[in-house]
Design a protein. Structure first.
Length: 115
């Protein structure tokens, strides 16, 4: 994450992740933040030591009822673009919700059937 405030706005406020833990290597609010966030059973680490030259990544999250999750995001008042579920394999069923985070990382929420 290149900007802590933007990361929190996107991941916590918009996507609905919860902070599991936070760590700063120095006891100073200006020290870069490293934290783990959770959404359902998925954990994601955000690293404040990133630079503009850091590589972007793709992370995949299983979601039960992907259409409802997409509607939940679109119903929120937000400055982020409206989302839509896509069918990447052209099989006639929308199965993926692809979102870019503010730092150009690719988040793929994919349809998972209930167990």
């Amino acid at each position: 994450m290149l900007d802590e405030a933007h990361a929190c706005e996107f991941y916590l406020d918009y996507l609905g992740f919860d902070v599991d833990w936070e760590h700063r290597f120095e006891d100073s609010p200006s020290s870069p933040l490293y934290m783990q966030i959770l959404l359902g059973g998925a954990a994601l680490h955000l690293n404040g030591h990133a630079t503009p030259e850091s590589p972007v990544c793709e992370v995949r999250f299983p979601v039960v009822d992907i259409e409802a999750f997409c509607k939940h995001l679109n119903d929120k008042p937000s400055r982020f673009p409206k989302q839509s579920v896509a069918d990447p394999r052209y099989e006639g069923k929308p199965t993926e919700l692809n979102i870019l985070d503010p730092f150009q990382n690719h988040l793929v929420f994919w349809a998972r059937e209930e167990i």
